[in-house]
Design a protein around this ligand. Structure first.
Ligand code: SF4
Length: 410
């Protein structure tokens, strides 16, 4: 039995979602109130927001795949970034991939189920020569995979660069606002919030689908989080990646752990309720912050990155795909796939009565569906809890895929 107040809160979530479905735009006060939902009511909020997700996206999950074309060596000073000027994070550092390598890496992600490839390069923004280089890659990728969507993410664009990317076949351009304008000076001194907004607008005006999102957990207040979400609504971005801060050692935000799995769900639910018909992506850091609630997050987020991130390793791609299927969702583009086919007879299920479920060498390991699949737990640990009772799930630096001789996680 629920108390009367619990029932009325749940009813309010449902009613609010119905109002949004009929055109109501969430107000900042309403968004703040939703962010303050108690833990005990958060799954009810997720259920209500999930109705909007299903109204617009059914049970599909869009799978995106990152290719880091150029890693590290950035002159900018974004405090959250392992590629920043002065970062001591021991990330892979390399200059531009050759076009054939970029296309090869992207093809592996597409084979893994991705319908969008995100081609990313570090730096404040590209030179015209850089844009030509990426245009060559996009052209080659589209030649091999005409149906795949390509999103470029190259930083702040100068005049004419968005057109050049569009002409080469790019479908979308990503440039995250990351946080509220009122917080921006605290996280970056080398470029401004306005420059970011201008680039997203430029991409949109050129006909590229605008993708712009957040990094949450950097110390922003709830009011600033709402400010940032509403700035994204004002930008009318088609896709909104919600990143959860991965506090890399060697960056100013190392050791910053502000999120809980339920707080992450609340944030995703509020983004969904503010932007009900937009692609909401649970992006970097989902493994370490959502942990065992990643599949629950799919109830509001309709998109994720498969495999690894730019400089850190993500959950095993096969675990990503299994999570999608287990939760009753289907990968966008593979919607003819019947999830009932995925049911294994009991006799075929893999049950390991003994052994460490987090042992990645144990091929039969029952899926510990959170950070363990990705983040082999670092011994250098900080303070965040992880699913396996170890102290933390610190970002594990990427040592495979683009820029290495190792196969990617795809
Ligand atoms: S976020 Fe981009 S611009 Fe900022 S430091 Fe990282 S790579 Fe450079």
């Amino acid at each position: 039995m629920h108390s009367q107040s619990q029932q009325s809160t749940a009813t309010n979530f449902t009613e609010l979602a119905e109002q949004i479905s009929q055109g109501h735009q969430l107000t900042a006060d309403e968004a703040l109130e939703l962010l303050n939902t108690p833990d005990s009511q958060t799954l009810r909020l997720v259920g209500a927001a999930g109705a909007l997700r299903r109204e617009h996206f059914g049970n599909t999950v869009k799978v995106n795949y990152l290719v880091n074309l150029k890693s590290g060596l950035c002159p900018e000073d974004c405090t959250y970034c392992s590629q920043r000027l002065g970062s001591k994070a021991e990330i892979l550092k390399y200059t531009w991939l050759k076009p054939e390598e970029a296309v090869h890496q992207a093809g592996l992600g597409i084979a893994g189920g991705a319908s969008r490839v995100c081609m990313v390069a570090s730096g404040k923004g590209p030179t015209d020569r850089d844009v030509d280089r990426v245009a060559t890659m996009i052209d080659a990728l589209k030649g091999e995979h005409p149906d795949v969507e390509v999103c470029a993410c190259l930083g702040i664009l100068k005049d004419g660069q968005a057109q050049r990317l569009k002409a080469a076949g790019a479908d979308a351009y990503n440039h995250n606002l990351n946080t509220a304008e009122s917080m921006y000076p605290e996280i970056c001194s080398t470029h401004s919030f306005d420059e970011r907004v201008a680039t997203v607008r430029e991409a949109k005006n050129t006909g590229l689908s605008p993708c712009s999102g957040l990094i949450v957990g950097m110390g922003e207040t709830p009011e600033q989080l709402v400010e940032a979400i509403f700035a994204l609504r004002d930008l009318n971005a088609d896709s909104i990646p919600v990143n959860f801060l991965m506090p890399f050692d060697g960056t100013p935000l190392q050791g910053t752990w502000n999120l809980t799995p339920l707080a992450c769900l609340r944030i995703l639910a509020v983004v969904r309720m503010v932007c009900p018909d937009k692609e909401v992506r649970m992006a970097g850091g989902r493994e370490m912050h959502l942990r065992s609630l990643q599949a629950t997050a799919l109830e509001v987020a309709n998109s994720l990155f498969l495999g690894d991130y730019l400089t850190s390793e993500g959950q095993d791609a096969k675990d990503d795909l299994a999570m999608i299927g287990d939760a009753g969702f289907v990968v966008l583009g593979q919607t003819d796939h019947d999830t009932k086919q995925q049911v294994n007879p009991l006799s075929e299920t893999t049950v390991q009565p003994t052994g460490d479920p987090c042992d990645k060498d144990n091929a039969q390991s029952p899926g510990c569906a959170s950070s363990c699949g990705s983040a082999t737990v670092s011994p250098k640990s900080g303070s965040a809890p992880s699913c396996c009772g170890t102290d933390t799930a610190e970002p594990v630096l990427r040592r495979r895929g683009a820029g290495t001789a190792q196969n990617p996680n795809a």
